[in-house]
Write a protein that binds this ligand. Structure first.
Ligand SMILES: CC(C)(COP(=O)(O)OP(=O)(O)OC[C@H]1O[C@@H](n2cnc3c(N)ncnc32)[C@H](O)[C@@H]1OP(=O)(O)O)[C@@H](O)C(=O)NCCC(=O)NCCS
Length: 153
């Protein structure tokens, strides 16, 4: 069974493994420590039944503006709904925290991530030329208006 929970300092090593597996320019240990300690950031991890961290994601919230910084799943665990679980948990927490508009950047060629975000109602609102390196690529800016009651069953 997969559990999604708040990220703690002791999770940093496991999260860095997921990050290295997912991005050509992974974040430093210090960046993750700062994010875990930041009062405006919120990060979650997904762990398997053995306690191994297999995914993470997070956002920061300024007033009512949410910026999703990263969502990543270990490559061998992709395609099982874990990315969607992380995204949904983040959106629910952001809504409870007063978030009204969610923004994020995604590589133009990242079909899996784009499909995931579009399936949650994100829309394309802009493009940032040459935003990414290794390889150089434009970023698409996606946004979602978080509506009260969206996740009520
Ligand atoms: C993007 C990512 C987080 C998705 O995680 P995942 O666990 O594989 O995704 P899920 O299994 O939850 O699938 C979620 C949705 O994404 C889309 N998707 C997932 N894999 C896909 C693929 N290979 N091609 C196209 N769409 C795909 C689908 O819309 C899917 O929904 P559906 O199954 O209802 O059709 C994962 O591919 C990843 O970690 N990529 C590397 C890091 C990254 O690029 N992060 C995004 C940065 S903004």
């Amino acid at each position: 069974m997969i559990t999604v929970r708040k990220m703690l300092l002791e999770d940093v090593e496991g999260v860095m493994e997921v990050d290295r597996d997912s991005f050509s320019l992974p974040w430093s240990r210090e960046s993750f420590i700062l994010e875990v300690k930041s009062p405006i950031s919120y990060y979650v991890v997904a762990e398997d039944e053995t306690g191994k961290i297999i995914a993470y994601g997070g956002f920061y919230l300024i007033i009512d503006q949410v910026e999703i910084t990263n969502i990543a799943v270990l490559s061998k665990k992709r395609g099982q709904g874990i990315g969607k679980s992380i995204l949904e948990v983040l959106l629910k927490i952001a809504l409870v925290g007063g978030g009204k508009l969610v923004n994020l950047e995604v590589r133009e060629s990242n079909e899996a991530a784009k499909a995931m975000y579009y399936s949650y109602g994100f829309s394309l609102v802009g493009k940032r030329k040459g935003y990414y390196q290794l390889p150089s690529e434009d970023a698409l800016l996606l946004s979602l208006v978080l509506e009260e009651g969206r996740f009520d069953d």
